[in-house]
Design a protein around this ligand. Structure first.
Ligand SMILES: C[S@@+](CC[C@H](N)C(=O)[O-])C[C@H]1O[C@@H](n2cnc3c(N)ncnc32)[C@H](O)[C@@H]1O
Length: 201
């Protein structure tokens, strides 16, 4: 049984917190997302209509559990996660769904390996405000290279991060690099509360 999987609820909050302490810049959050935040981010990413869906930074799979219920029966889905402990927890919790241990920077290659040139929807749990500018650029570039024209991207940022220079820079990048972008309502039922951002290629 893994550090992040308790076998009953499938999620171990203490394990998530320990990963945050060990890799603060990569994990970027002390707790997994709530199902309310997961519901908003998956709706604005257009998951219910999408044929190909990719999740960036799936962690232990809290957003994925909600996303899974909205997936079309014929949809191709895979999640990307860079932390091997999280990958193990995800596999224990959601054995029927594919998770790839790797960086979201390599999404175009992972799509090609699954016979797709592009995807319709990207749901991101990446901690954008914790990333430096070159990494934000590479990850957003990978999202843009992977989405079909009109494809949807959705992510979230904690309200405490929205005012940080890195958070503001990320929002500006979304607005300048996608053809449309906006923000959704604040999700108060999350620790910490978060704002959902959406963009369309
Ligand atoms: C804030 S946590 C979100 C976890 C989960 N999606 C949730 O909302 O509860 C961010 C996740 O992104 C992962 N991550 C960070 N950089 C990544 C990268 N370049 N590619 C894939 N995953 C990454 C971290 O390991 C961590 O699991």
């Amino acid at each position: 049984m893994g550090l992040l999987y308790d076998g009953d609820s499938g999620q171990n909050p203490l394990g998530f917190f320990k990963q945050f302490l060990a890799h603060p810049k990569e994990v970027g959050a002390f707790a997994a997302s709530s199902k309310y935040l997961a519901d908003t981010v998956t709706e604005v990413a257009g998951v219910p209509e999408a044929e190909t869906v990719v999740e960036f930074g799936a962690g232990t799979g809290t957003i994925t559990q909600v996303l899974q219920k909205k997936l079309r029966e014929d949809a191709l889905f895979f999640a990307l996660e860079i932390n091997p402990e999280f990958v193990e927890a995800f596999r224990n919790c959601l054995p029927g769904l594919e998770i790839v241990e790797g960086s979201a920077e390599d999404t175009p290659r992972f799509l090609r390996e699954r016979g797709r040139e592009t995807c319709d929807s990207i749901v991101s749990g990446l901690p954008w405000a914790a990333f430096d500018e070159p990494l934000q650029d590479r990850l957003l570039g990978a999202a843009l290279d992977s989405l079909r024209p009109g494809g949807k991207f959705a992510t979230y940022m904690y309200i405490s991060s929205v005012v940080l220079p890195s958070g503001r820079r990320f929002k500006k990048k979304l607005e300048s690099r996608f053809s449309k972008a906006g923000r959704s309502r604040v999700c108060w039922k999350n620790l910490p509360p978060a704002i959902v951002y959406w963009a369309e290629k």
